[in-house]
Write a protein that binds this ligand. Structure first.
Ligand SMILES: [Zn+2]
Length: 379
């Protein structure tokens, strides 16, 4: 295992990242549901043309991600994984008169470097810190950029341990052995739907394996105790507030700029996507409560989601509807005595969500249903 702490000056090894898309072989079951990596990012909604906070044109657009001004000193980095996999998740940065805060380590150091370059296009203030909104690989595998550049890296107090526990075992592991249980599920599937779901999971885990093996694991070196939040950060004429909410990963934090009604949500918001719920610390009831709280933020709040396009309150409303729909379908099956194992494959994507990307069935809809069952069974 190779590991460095961000913030320490370490010779950075060249970090080679395979751009081979792990979803390349999925078109065979494209009819079942929309697989995330094949769906181009939708354009920014027309309503933002009249929002004075949001610049109509990005300051930089590299295809795989663009950076756009969304407020006074506020920028959003929005990824389009269908055009390249340097960033994959969204992020952004805040630049005040005295300092800057960078959000996310992205999936590669090149992604973090891209965002740093964008910051330097608009501001030369010192970087106060970078923040991983949570520990997941697509938000943290680029952390070594910060390590190599002496940038302090903040994250939830559990994030460093979760990175090590989740991704270190994959480094240097035997690929066949690591993927075998997922390959077996494809082979053993009893029906086409189940096989397609298993194949989407195998593709996702294959991608994760490749990324984890190609990356230098780099850990946040400034743990944030969620009990001490909310916490204000003065960047000079610009105050950011860091808060923590349950839902997606057990390590989730958001950055809020209350003066301008802008929120960087991390993966507590998937905008126009099915939510990724697989994490052992993900909680469906907790996440739905969190979304209810976001819905109570100012009606003009601008959200920078963890994945998908910039949105307003309609983005929160639509993710809540997705959860409502999963819960409604699951509850019917629960009442009818359908076992969880089976129910997780029986969910039908309704017409209105058919363009919502699904990262992989067993990372999104499947675990949402099994977790709901567990909640109902009082487990
Ligand atoms: Zn995540």
């Amino acid at each position: 295992m190779r590991k460095i702490l961000a913030g320490e000056r370490n010779p950075s090894e060249p970090c080679v990242f395979s751009r081979r898309s792990f979803i390349a072989k999925t078109s065979c079951f494209g009819a079942f549901y929309a697989v995330a990596e094949l769906i181009p990012l939708p354009a920014l909604a027309a309503e933002f043309a009249s929002d004075s906070r949001v610049s109509p044109t990005p300051i930089v657009d590299k295809g795989f991600a663009s950076v756009r001004k969304i407020g006074n000193g506020l920028y959003a980095t929005i990824s389009d994984p269908s055009k390249g996999r340097q960033t994959v998740c969204n992020g952004g940065f805040l630049a005040g008169k005295d300092g800057a805060l960078l959000i996310e380590g992205f999936i590669t150091p090149a992604g973090a470097a891209f965002q740093m370059d964008a910051l330097r296009m608009v501001s030369q203030v010192p970087v106060k810190c970078a923040l991983d909104t949570h520990y997941h690989f697509d938000h943290s595998m680029g952390n070594s950029f910060y390590g190599a550049n002496g940038v302090q890296l903040w994250a939830h107090a559990s994030a460093a341990k979760r990175i090590v526990d989740s991704y270190a075992p994959l480094q240097g592991a035997d690929k066949e052995a690591a993927l075998a249980p997922f390959a077996k599920r494809v082979k053993d599937a009893k029906a086409d739907t189940e096989r397609a779901h298993a194949q989407s999971d195998l593709n996702a885990v294959t991608g994760l394996f490749q990324v984890a093996n190609a990356s230098l694991l780099s850990l946040p070196n400034h743990p944030i105790d969620p009990a001490k939040l909310p916490m204000s950060m003065d960047l000079g004429g610009l105050t950011a507030v860091i808060e923590s909410y349950p839902g997606h990963s057990g390590t989730d934090m958001i950055v809020r700029v209350p003066d301008q009604n802008v929120v960087y949500t991390g993966d507590l918001l998937f905008s126009g996507w099915y939510p990724v719920c697989f994490d052992e610390k993900a909680t469906i009831s907790g996440w739905r409560d969190t979304l209810k709280k976001f819905a109570a933020f100012d009606k003009d709040t601008l959200f920078v989601p963890g994945h998908g396009q910039i949105c307003g309150q309609e983005g929160i409303a639509s993710l809540r509807e997705v959860f409502d729909d999963i819960a409604a379908q699951a509850e019917k099956m629960y009442q009818a005595g359908v076992p969880a194992e089976e129910a997780q494959h029986r969910y039908v994507v309704p017409e209105k969500f058919k363009n919502f990307p699904v990262f992989a069935w067993g990372f999104t809809i499947g675990p949402a249903i099994t977790k709901l069952y567990a909640e109902w069974q009082g487990k």
